[in-house]
Design a protein around this ligand. Sequence first.
Ligand SMILES: Cc1ncc(C[n+]2csc(CCOP(=O)(O)OP(=O)(O)O)c2C)c(N)n1
Ligand SMILES: [Mg+2]
Length: 688
Amino acid sequence: MAQRPPDLDRLAIDTIRTLAIDAVERAASGHAGAPMALAPIVYRLWHRHLRTDPADPTWPNRDRFVLSAGHASMLLYAMLHLAGVSSREPDGSARPAVSLDDIKAFRQLGSRTPGHPEFGLTPGVETTTGPLGQGCGNSVGMAMAARWLGARFNRPGLTLFDYDVYVVASDGDLMEGVASEAASLAGHLGLSNLCWIYDSNTITIEGHTDLAFGEDVAARFTAYGWNVVHVDDANDVDAFSRAVEGFRATWDRPTLIVVRSVIGYGSPHKQNTAKAHSDPLGAEEVRLTKRAYGWPEDAQFLVPDGVYEHVRGTIQGRGGALHAAWRERVEELRRTDGEAARLLKRLLSRELPDDWDADLPVFPADPKGVATREASGQVLNALAARIPWLLGGSADLAPSTKTALTGEGMGALGPGSPGGRNLHFGVREHAMGAVVNGLGLSGLRAFGATFLVFSDYMRPPIRLAALMELPVFHVFTHDSIGVGEDGPTHQPVEQIASLRAVPGLVVLRPADANEVAEAYRVIMGLTRQPACLVLSRQALPTLDRTRYAPASGLSRGAYVLADAGGAPEVILMATGSEVRLCVEAYERLAAEGVRARVVSMPSWSLFEQQDEAYRESVLPDAVAARVAVEQGAVIGWDRYAGRHGTVIGMHTFGTSAPLKDLLVKFGFTPDAVYEAAKAQLARGRGTA
Ligand SMILES: Cc1ncc(C[n+]2csc(CCOP(=O)(O)OP(=O)(O)O)c2C)c(N)n1
Ligand SMILES: [Mg+2]
């Protein structure tokens, strides 16, 4: 009798399941429960629907697959492996994104298969996930970017961008506020190219979701304006395909596919329990589970004959052809609109247009000056006019953060205007950060904006931007007790220090309008680092750069702004609005014949990148008399002020009062700086 041909789809699905089980078992850590449950639908999505080219996981018009439930990372790694996703090595050869050896090295030092998926480390991983909800937030930015790119580069009969964004989200993802914020925004914008697949298994770490999550998620998403469909069993791949087809046919709204699944599917004792989330199954349970799948019980990391060919053949066949057709369309764009094609190439390679900085304003000296937020608005607009893919917006504070892009053709990005440059995030700081990351992952130069004090609401995406090395930026205004009457709830104290603690994040607090322009020059030149611009609400004098050093010194993080000449006796250093206090104190000291120096220090991290000789030239070790001034927590300033230096900063929260009273109360006056300098000098002479 002829043998029945093996059901290769079933084999592929169980390969994903058992690879996840074996990897978690070998690592003695990680999560196999969700991969065991979701293997059928993720496999079906990739095999049947996803428009992706395994030979080039960076193809710009590929559909995105985001595993927001990053703890299920083995699901993604196994899928990337079976799909044959590969990257190009510098010598042109192809290397698997995830080899079988990589899977065997799951969670080990230096592997491509870290505990949670990391963008940039593993080709095919679209974004770093693990902090629940972030992938959901990123996906909204990706979907906005797809439509933005389409609006800007598609031509009648020539579609360059029409990709879809798929997300796998868990209970935890949908409990997180950031996902709710992002879903609300996506619904408002009618992002019909966005599909979240919700793994509704009613289990989280502590047990049944009845413990803390009783709402009707489907009704909630319907209220957000989403199309909601249900798949009653994660093993019913045909029902899932119908849901995906329903998504593809929906033109006005995002889609949520609610999939009922059983965590740890197939494990006789752990399925449908919270244990399937957290523990490796254990040798005995692994055997029983493999038996339940009809799998050789003692085989490990097994990929049965025929599976690779079956999976890769289909995905590569479909995706390769789509990619080739896309390349032809890019060629056509080159023939018909060379300028657009050139810009697209730059955008996709994270380069800037020629002369992007040609219109950067130079601000004339002015004792009254302007608020740095005001200068920022002018600089940002000068850049936006020359960098077509610079876009962004605020969490409902554009008038205060001065981040509106007002030039010709800017317009708002809205439900019917996907190509707008002004984004209205609504009062959703956390989603703003995550959406900006999604835009950044799509090649756009994106920014967000709010008050500095509310940067706390968006720390998770800021740190993820740094971890992912994304050149996004944020404009944080109202940077100190300078906020005045709004009081301590709105007066940032610890925010600058905490932002400085994020590895790789460039924090810039310019002292005047010309430093603002230079700060933007630095930010736009970044290709692998996010930045935060910390700006004042109140006017700051525009320094006379014929008298003081040029603002271009900002690019080195700290520079000598004013110097009496010769070896300094005392160094006054500050950032932002406090630089002017040091300048005033300096003028008084200089008039008395004291050799004082003012160091403007807009960015610690940029300063730390300078060589020792430069740093020594700015802050000579031999000079112990030092005063540092910043309207923020003093933590860390001793590094520059030295053990005996004076740090004038904030030791408490602020208070509600007119600014002039606050400056006196908290000691931010030229007199206080002058007195501190005198005390420092006296101590140095042994008289203190
Ligand atoms: C922001 C955040 N908080 C907490 C965690 C720790 N954590 C990992 S998975 C998880 C919940 C697991 O439940 P669920 O999201 O439903 O995933 P499942 O176990 O069903 O796969 C938690 C709390 C996290 N990764 N991110
Ligand atoms: Mg769950």
